[in-house]
Design a protein around this ligand. Structure first.
Ligand code: FAD
Length: 375
């Protein structure tokens, strides 16, 4: 079996990710006993449309767009004077969030991306897609005026721990794509590098699985397993409607993750997030469903996805609490320094009753030793 179910961005509101990114495969592998790795490494993209989370491509800054706060200051001068707007995603996201948190953002909690400096002709040539996004979703003509943006959830560096052939620690179970964690991105994926997950490691996983599968007959799932799944679904369909609404729980999860497990993290807020996730895990057991049908029941799908999302959330928060340092996408205000002596290692999370079991795994170092980033 090869899992290729994508990331888990829907845990956060807003996110650039599609509605299908509910971390299903990550949770399925976890429940099957496969360790997850680097779950705390969640990438926030610096330029997402306020409110909706739609991505304003990095290409805009690549073409020369500037970032301004509400005081008209090109604030990246303070944070990355050499790279300015082209500093890495985590650095720009933190800079924006600092401006917003310290009161120099716009009233809707944003900063401004000024693409007009690129020039109208070039914008239409190179950035047509965001001309349309600006017009249709923000009512902004980006060729004439700045657009309001903020950091938003974008990509999961963590996922199902695999080797370079996509194999997990569960025999016969593979993972590839964003749901997997081969760890080529470390704690901080660079733009466009998802191609590695999908094309390179997707191909390797497929080839290896095909090779291993040769001569192995199709296994028959255990009857007891199927019965357990069937019972769980009929329990969802037949329960009474006294529980909380699914949409409410999802909204609360999204706000918690975005509010406490995003660009800046600290012990207190992470502990609050963990408590909230635990509470929502209890509430999802009685969540109300309206549809009693047995064909294409979207309500049941919603409950199953929410359960997957909560497993993902628990592992992300546990990993973030465990890692008492700042590295890559994880920035702990209570541990602001990178600490290679204690933390140059992966955190793994394995299902173990009520709470995930935390473990560690060595970092594979090849040609390049990690160095501190300076700008
Ligand atoms: C707006 C945006 C722009 C991006 N731009 C870039 C870029 O320019 N360059 C780059 O390298 N990366 C980019 N990325 C990241 C990249 O797109 C993703 O990492 C990549 O698409 C993930 O591919 P995947 O095949 O692993 O998962 P996906 O493309 O998400 O596909 C997962 C599939 O699994 C299916 N699925 C999910 N759950 C289940 C289930 N329970 N049962 C059955 N099927 C299921 C889904 O329906 C979907 O078809 C971008 C991401 C976003 C959101």
């Amino acid at each position: 079996v090869i899992l290729a179910t994508g990331g888990n961005g829907q845990l956060f509101i807003p996110t650039t990710n599609a509605l299908i990114c509910t971390g299903d495969g990550i949770a399925m592998a976890y429940r099957a006993g496969a360790p997850l790795m680097d779950m705390e490494m969640v990438q926030y993209h610096p330029t997402t449309l306020a409110g909706l989370g739609l991505l304003i491509t990095e290409g805009a800054r690549g073409e020369g767009a500037h970032l301004y706060n509400a005081e008209g200051e090109r604030f990246m001068e303070k944070y990355a004077p050499n790279k300015m707007e082209l500093a890495s995603r985590d650095v720009v996201s933190r800079a924006e969030q600092t401006e917003i948190d310290e009161g120099r953002g716009f009233p809707n909690g944003t900063v401004a991306l000024d693409i007009t400096v690129v020039g109208r002709k070039r914008i239409h040539e190179a950035l047509r897609e965001i001309v349309n996004v600006g017009r249709d979703f923000a009512g902004t003509d980006i060729t004439r005026e700045p657009i309001h943006i903020k950091p938003g959830n974008h990509y999961a560096m963590g996922g199902i721990k695999t080797d370079i052939n996509g194999q997990t620690e569960v025999p016969g179970l593979y993972a590839a794509g964003e749901c997997a964690c081969v760890s080529v991105h470390g704690g901080n994926r660079l733009g466009a590098n998802s191609l590695l997950d999908t094309l390179i490691f997707g191909r390797r996983a497929g080839q290896h699985a095909a090779e291993q599968g040769r001569g192995v007959s199709m296994p028959t799932p255990a009857g007891s397993e199927l019965a357990r799944e069937r019972d769980a679904i009929s329990d969802i369909v037949s329960r009474d409607r006294s529980g909380r609404r699914l949409s409410e729980i999802r909204a609360e999860l999204g706000a918690t993750m975005d509010g406490k497990v995003a660009v800046f993290r600290d012990e207190d807020r992470l502990r609050e997030a963990l408590e909230k996730v635990k509470q929502l895990q209890e509430e999802v057991k009685t969540v109300a469903v309206d549809d009693r049908g047995s064909v294409f029941n979207q309500d049941v799908l919603g409950v199953l996805e929410l359960q997957f999302m909560l497993d993902n959330a628990e592992c992300i928060v546990m990993g973030a609490i465990e890692r008492k340092e700042s590295r890559g996408a994880q920035y702990r205000t209570d541990y602001p320094e990178r600490n290679d002596a204690d933390w140059l290692k992966h955190i793994t999370l394995t299902a173990n009753g009520d709470i995930p079991e935390v473990g560690f795994s060595e970092v594979t170092m090849t040609q390049w030793e990690p160095e501190e980033r300076t700008y």
